[in-house]
Design a protein around this ligand. Structure first.
Ligand code: PMM
Length: 298
């Protein structure tokens, strides 16, 4: 799994799974829409996530929840750029969550050091050349189409194999467009054109992504498959998004143990602890295993 921990341009190396805290500067994201729309509140929230142990703050201005409509480029720029500039000004590591090349470019100018594009460069034809030009790490998320109709685009035989293959093809396309392979981070895109069962299968086989040799980012936080798992036993109502954080923390620890490079979460403090627990266990196991190898019992 060492290839997954290779340095990415401009980023520090962590000795454990990283934590990406989410700031959605949107009125309509599925779990925190409207909470951080005001730039001052968004900035304060980003700084709070850093204080809680986030390694990166992911700033997005456009909701990608199932069924969401697009906003204008101008509106997205207005929401994202001041927040990126404000948080990055304090020295924190920022990623920008956008499908628009103009927004990615303006955010990198304002201090963002990762471009996180849930379409992996497919929604905007200029995105790949912007990613190549900036040289910053670029997240290629598995994506089959815009949120307004993505639920209709689910449909797989072998979901794990097909999603990895589609991301591999997209990686080849972005590299052909000038992105250095060493810039690429991959992401299975949980919830994007996936059923609940697809999400579980992808999580169960995070280790299978090692064959791409790139760091894997996992975004499970508060997503629908957790709400369904934890549905009210009497009414059958899905657990509301903001009551899915303990389950999200469990996913963070398990994804870290399966080799995830980082997890993207709304609630940072518990996940920051969980990834440290996982790393301590892994280090101890490695030490015990090498001690056994040096002095075999018997
Ligand atoms: N999911 C959402 C938004 N951005 N980015 C990456 N890399 N991976 C994801 O799974 C992902 C993402 C949707 O969740 P949100 O509305 O809570 O931000």
């Amino acid at each position: 799994m060492d290839a997954d921990r290779n340095p990415l341009p401009g980023l520090p190396e962590w000795d454990r799974c990283g934590v990406m805290g989410i700031v959605n500067v949107t009125p309509d994201s599925f779990s925190d829409g409207g909470l951080w729309l005001d730039p001052d509140r968004a900035l304060a929230h980003g700084l709070e996530l850093i204080a809680q142990g986030a390694d990166v703050v992911d700033v997005g201005g456009e909701s990608t929840r199932p069924g969401a409509a697009r906003i204008t480029r101008e509106e997205e720029l207005r929401r994202v750029v001041p927040v990126v500039r404000g948080i990055a000004g304090g020295g924190a590591l920022i990623s920008v969550d956008t499908m628009r090349a103009d927004v990615a470019e303006a955010a990198v100018d304002a201090g963002a050091r990762i471009i996180n594009d849930v379409s992996g460069g497919r929604a905007d034809s200029r995105m790949v050349s912007v990613a190549a030009g900036t040289g910053v790490p670029f997240v290629v998320v598995h994506w089959r189409g815009q949120s307004a109709h993505m639920d209709e685009l689910a449909g797989y035989g072998d979901v794990v194999g097909e999603v990895i293959e589609e991301v591999e093809r997209q990686m080849d396309a972005v590299v052909a467009g000038g992105v250095d392979p060493g810039q690429v981070i991959v992401d299975p895109g949980l919830g994007f054109a996936k059923t609940r069962e697809d999400d579980w299968a992808l999580l169960a086989r995070i280790d299978a992504w090692a064959r791409l040799g790139r760091p894997v980012l996992v975004g499970a936080s508060r997503k629908r498959f957790l709400g369904t798992l934890l549905a009210d036993p009497v009414t059958g109502e899905p657990r509301p998004p903001r009551a899915r954080d303990a389950a999200t923390t469990a996913v963070s620890a398990l994804a870290a143990a399966r080799g995830a490079w980082a997890v993207r979460v709304h609630e940072v403090s518990a996940t920051a602890d969980a990834v440290r627990v996982e790393a301590a266990l892994r280090r101890t196991r490695d030490r015990l295993t090498s001690a056994d190898a040096i002095s075999p019992a018997g």
